[in-house]
Design a binder for this molecule. Structure first.
Ligand code: ADP
Length: 471
């Protein structure tokens, strides 16, 4: 497949391979772009910005609607590409295409609602006018766990706001991204509006981060790389949005509806084999119900089918690579060595280059274990218990991260007051899958800054201009 710069399909001499995580089968080779392509992309996006920023909201909206329709028409094809390169089950991949596209339709509408303000001045001969303007050229660097949604969540609001975009998708999953950008050009994207490069992340991002024409960075990925890019953005004072790691607590109070809590645990933990930044990572269950909850969850977990994502029966695919596999095994072994007990699962299968892990529940987990202190990013449920809810909240907040937290209770006062006490950007209250295009997604503390989705999502791509008018 080709990268796209200034509306042109480009091949490079050097390429790199993309493999299927299920068996390491070669899927495709993609361009290994370097500094030259990265610079050309900036020039193209910068040129295109001077036209795109003058388009009307309706024009931008119509383009996004056309792109939406093409993606919808190609859902099956895109989902298959995604399952092959990423490993998630086909039904989840189809779900992701719909979810990714919901950001395009949402921002196609939000483009029309970039409202300004007039504010009463303190002097009769003055008027205060507030306008919103697009921030400029946006660099979007995305991870492998949502090969489509992480692209549209950034590109759709940027385009709706009047910005132009440079995309660097994850090296493990570039094929879905490249196809999405092809469809954007079929939908009528003008040259330079959306540029996409595959290649060495550091080489490409160094060019983008040091160029003052790139005025915004939107990154989703590890906290480590997020911090690095934040530092690199400082010299040119880029606006930044960062969606980084999580350490999501999942708290079940004694009055919770346990069936709802189990359904929420399955939804929040096992999506994408546990490889999402809002996956529940640490379970705190009240001591009076911990055994019942664990038994019910065990039955639900044992019904999950692990296998090749192309099989329609599969619920859980492989982990993305060896490093991901080894981290989960390490967390399991550390917990067992320190006194945790395996309730179900507890093994991996690295045979023939694939990285499957059985969905696993551990009980008698304590807060000092590795799995309670690092993001596992795999299908592991570590269950600890608590006796009073204030200590549960304190333990839940005892982390540098603050992306998503889950709370299950049928008591409305506790639901509200405890949600308020959780230091997290997202609270799933009796809800294991809170992500939605209409809602602001983002974290507190070291989970990042900025919000994606919702009315807030487009603000990230807008500057505020104050015009002081003397009359
Ligand atoms: P993960 O651990 O989930 O792979 P990363 O933060 O490593 O998360 O990757 C997320 C995105 O950041 C990918 O597109 C990757 O290529 C890119 N990336 C990785 N390292 C760097 C870097 N040093 N500079 C810029 N981008 C990077």
């Amino acid at each position: 497949m080709n990268i796209v710069v200034d509306g042109e399909n480009i091949q490079t001499e050097k390429t790199f391979p993309v493999y299927n995580p299920i068996n390491q089968e070669w899927l495709a080779s993609v361009p290994d772009a370097g500094e030259d392509e990265a610079k050309r992309a900036v020039e193209a996006a910068h040129r295109a910005f001077h036209n795109w920023k003058h388009t009307t909201a309706d024009e931008r909206s119509v383009f996004l609607q056309r792109w939406f329709q093409l993606i919808e028409d190609h859902t099956d094809e895109l989902a298959e590409v995604m399952t092959r390169e990423q490993g998630k089950p086909l039904k989840e991949a189809r779900g992701e295409i719909g979810y990714a596209n919901s950001y395009i339709s949402w921002f196609a509408e939000e483009a029309k609602r970039i409202y300004g303000q007039t504010i009463p001045a303190s002097k009769p001969d003055k008027r205060i006018l507030i306008q919103k303007q697009p921030v400029g050229v946006v660099a979007a660097i995305t991870p492998w766990n949502f090969p489509a949604a992480m692209i549209t969540r950034k590109v759709a609001p940027a385009i709706a706001a009047g910005c132009t975009v440079l995309i660097k998708p994850a090296e493990q999953t570039p094929l879905t991204a490249l196809r999405l950008v092809e469809l954007a050009h079929e939908a009528g994207a003008p040259p330079g509006l959306i540029n996409i490069l595959t290649g060495d992340a550091e080489t490409i991002s160094n060019v983008w981060m040091s160029d003052s024409r790139v005025t915004k960075l939107s990154f989703t990925g590890s906290t480590e790389v997020g911090k690095l890019l934040m530092k690199k953005s400082a010299d040119t004072m880029k606006r930044i949005s960062l969606e980084l790691g999580g350490q999501a607590p999942f708290i079940v109070l004694p009055d919770a509806d346990l069936d709802k809590a189990v359904a929420g645990a399955i939804a929040s933990k096992f999506r994408n084999a546990g490889q999402t930044c809002i996956c529940s990572n640490r379970f705190f269950v009240h001591e009076s119900i911990v055994d019942t909850f664990t038994e019910k969850l065990k039955a639900a977990v044992e019904a999950l089918k692990v296998g090749d994502g192309m099989d329609p029966e599969t619920d859980i695919g492989p982990l993305i690579d060896q490093g991901a596999y080894e981290k989960v095994i390490k967390h399991m072994e550390d917990a067992v060595d320190n006194g945790a007990e395996i309730v179900t699962g507890g093994a991996g299968d690295p045979s023939e280059g694939s990285f499957f892990i059985q969905p696993t529940i551990l009980k008698n987990v304590t807060d000092s274990m590795l799995c309670m202190n690092e993001e596992t990013f795999g299908p592991l449920v570590p269950i600890a218990s608590f006796s009073d809810e204030s200590s549960a909240i304190e333990r839940a907040n005892d982390t540098p991260f603050g992306l998503a937290a889950y709370l299950f209770t049928e008591n409305i006062s506790k639901a509200l007051t405890l949600s308020e006490k959780l230091d997290y950007g997202i609270v799933g209250l009796n809800d294991g899958s809170p992500s939605a295009a209409q809602a602001p997604f983002g974290g507190f503390k070291e989970s990042g800054m900025g919000r994606e989705g919702g009315p807030q999502g487009i603000e990230e791509y807008l500057e505020t201009k104050y015009i002081s008018l003397g009359v």
